[in-house]
Design a binder for this molecule. Structure first.
Ligand SMILES: [Zn+2]
Length: 294
């Protein structure tokens, strides 16, 4: 029997990935636990979409007491191995690394077991892994597992605006944001070409917000399920245990705020800075179907 494919969603942080997770997780046959294994979990400060704190949620209590969860959380967090496994051009070296390094093999095995563990708890037909790290995509590819990639992007100028609102990024410039966008998304595209059987679907945040049913129908077809109307009403039919952005997975008892239209005006970034972002990221963005302006 062929093992199930490892399905992951890949996105730069602050790109609307939590919205994608909530909408997919609302499907009765899918589980997307959001940005899993956040460092925030270490301090138990995250909220769960079920309305409880992460530390008080039964689903996450069962996940975090699984030794595999702790292993994934605590290993490959930084250092040369993490760097090695974030560069698709080093794929031959990554495959060799797996042969000689038992710790890497254990990490990869645990990563591939993660969806099974979630499946045991939720009964879902498919689980989407959402930690978004390049290492967590390249390691399964290096084991020759069948991988399916949901590549999720936000327009680079909108992405720069989202980044600029984050306190943690106060020292960075729009050029830094554009380079990060280009670095990450180029590597996801390169990774998608590494395995002959790798499934790949690109989704734009803007399309998800403007045409949610049409966009989710395409995602469902990719995942082998039919679109279900519950996807447009996360949390309405069954509790969700998505961990993610506080704007969507907010304080306990706060309902899903709905799918809001994206800001396509980019008015929050001066046009000179928009130009800088587009000069750096525009080539790749155009290839992903983005116009310079709407
Ligand atoms: Zn929960």
């Amino acid at each position: 029997m062929t093992p199930p494919a490892f399905t992951c969603s890949m996105a730069v942080s602050a790109s609307g990935h939590s919205l994608l997770a909530l909408l997919l997780d609302a499907h009765p046959q899918l589980t997307h636990p959001g940005d899993t294994i956040l460092s925030a979990h270490l301090f138990e400060s995250a909220n769960c979409a079920c309305g409880k704190r992460h530390a008080e949620c039964e689903f996450w209590a069962r996940m975090t007491t699984w030794e595999g969860y702790v292993y994934l959380r605590d290993h490959l967090r930084r250092g040369p191995l993490k760097t090695l496994y974030s560069l698709p051009v080093l794929f031959p070296l990554q495959r060799a690394g797996l042969v000689v390094h038992p710790g890497l093999r254990r990490y990869a095995r645990t990563l591939l077991a993660y969806p099974e563990r979630v499946q045991e708890l939720t009964g879902a037909q498919a689980v989407i892994y959402g930690r978004k790290r390049l290492a967590d995509l390249l390691l399964p590819l290096a084991t020759r597992a069948t991988v399916r990639i949901l590549h999720f992007t936000k327009h680079p100028i909108a992405q720069a605006i989202s980044f600029s609102r984050r306190k943690a990024r106060a020292g960075q410039t729009p050029a830094d944001f554009a380079r990060e966008w280009r670095f990450y998304n180029r590597r996801v595209l390169q990774a998608a070409r590494l395995g002959p059987d790798t499934g790949y679907l690109h989704i734009r945040y803007e399309d998800l917000c403007l045409r949610p049913e049409e966009t989710l129908t395409a995602v469902c077809a990719f995942l082998g399920v039919a679109f279900h109307p519950d996807m447009l009403r996360p949390g309405a039919q069954r509790p969700s245990h998505v961990i993610g952005a506080r704007s969507l997975v907010g304080a306990p008892g706060q309902p899903f705020p709905g799918i809001r239209p994206p800001d396509l005006s980019f008015a929050d970034l001066p046009s000179a800075e928009q130009e800088i972002v587009w000069r750096i990221a525009g080539g790749l963005a155009a290839g992903l179907g983005y116009p310079r302006a709407y």
